[in-house]
Design a protein around this ligand. Sequence first.
Ligand SMILES: Nc1nc2c(ncn2[C@@H]2O[C@H](COP(=O)(O)OP(=O)(O)OP(=O)(O)O)[C@@H](O)[C@H]2O)c(=O)[nH]1
Ligand SMILES: [Mg+2]
Ligand SMILES: [Zn+2]
Length: 351
Amino acid sequence: MTPRKPLLALDKDDDELAYRERTREHAKPLERTRTRIKHGKVIGDKGLRGIVATPIGPKWIVAVDLEFWICGVSGVIDVPHTSTMIAVGDVVWIEPDGDRTEQGDPSAAIVKVEERTTVLSRKAAGKTQREQVLVANVEQLGIVMAVALPNYNKRLIDRYLIGADKGNLDPFIVINKYDLLDSEYHQDVLDDLMVYIKQLSIPTMFTSSKSGRGMQELKDILAGRSTLLTGPSGVGKSSLINRFTDARQRVGAISEKYEKGRHTTTASLVIPLPGGGIVVDSPGIREFGIFQLDAAELPFYFEEFTPYAARCKFAPCSHTHEPDCAVKEAVESGNIDEERYVSYLNLKDTL
Ligand SMILES: Nc1nc2c(ncn2[C@@H]2O[C@H](COP(=O)(O)OP(=O)(O)OP(=O)(O)O)[C@@H](O)[C@H]2O)c(=O)[nH]1
Ligand SMILES: [Mg+2]
Ligand SMILES: [Zn+2]
């Protein structure tokens, strides 16, 4: 599997965009009123601080603690950034309008968006070189895979790790569906993933959302932080989150009232955790392209190569065809994980 587009992207996003465009077309003219940006907005006493949980047609669901509000965008809004005015994960201030929507949910207007600490973006669809922010303010990337149905993929793990590195997110690995693994194979799986656990010191946990195995460990790493869970479709991201909170179903139920027949799993969803912290459930992806990866910097994303690379005969050395390449020798002697080297070669091919 090779990336076709040099992007860090959640790839059901195209459907998401198309969907939003469609709903915008049908939105009432009033809701399409243009907004004006004005800095230094003073928030009134009624103002509440929340997190944008998910888009809902032309509006947004905003989580204030564990409550959900349906929010339009105020005609005058205070926004510090120039790309994507509002994104999932944005910290916003809302002012309740004292009303409820037809469906009975409390409604408010977003009046201010706070500065973002991190962004996961991609190039916006279309001809312009515009950045589209997919998720704002996540600190950690939880890479979720399964021991079976579907089998974990180390190539994909390696690409996620580079994505996390580039996005300045702390990565961890969750190997789910452990209940499907016969105990006689536990050691094999552990050995297979040892490079991440030992050499790269990436927190790695083995979980089952069926049996509850590893849930405390996962809970601990999520506590008080904001985490994007990513991974292929069907590995159990949503099931894991459902072990901790019913907030995912509650947002889903709200979305369904407004967007009949639409599965909420096609959009990223921010879920507040009961003890503090948030987790972003993202749709399964088929492909994980990496935004602006440079051939010269690629070896540095394989940090376990570094001590050997210094001993290659040629400098720079691509660690492919050169004679007396210490990296290749380390692969042959088993000091560098062979599959990581294959990941390196695969990625190199795409640049
Ligand atoms: N045996 C087993 N099945 C699981 C486990 N976790 C989830 N499943 C099942 O796997 C299927 C997919 O789970 P989801 O939680 O929807 O997976 P997801 O990663 O959110 O998938 P997308 O939303 O498509 O990206 C469901 O049928 C779950 O019941 C587990 O730990 N063990
Ligand atoms: Mg899901
Ligand atoms: Zn070399």
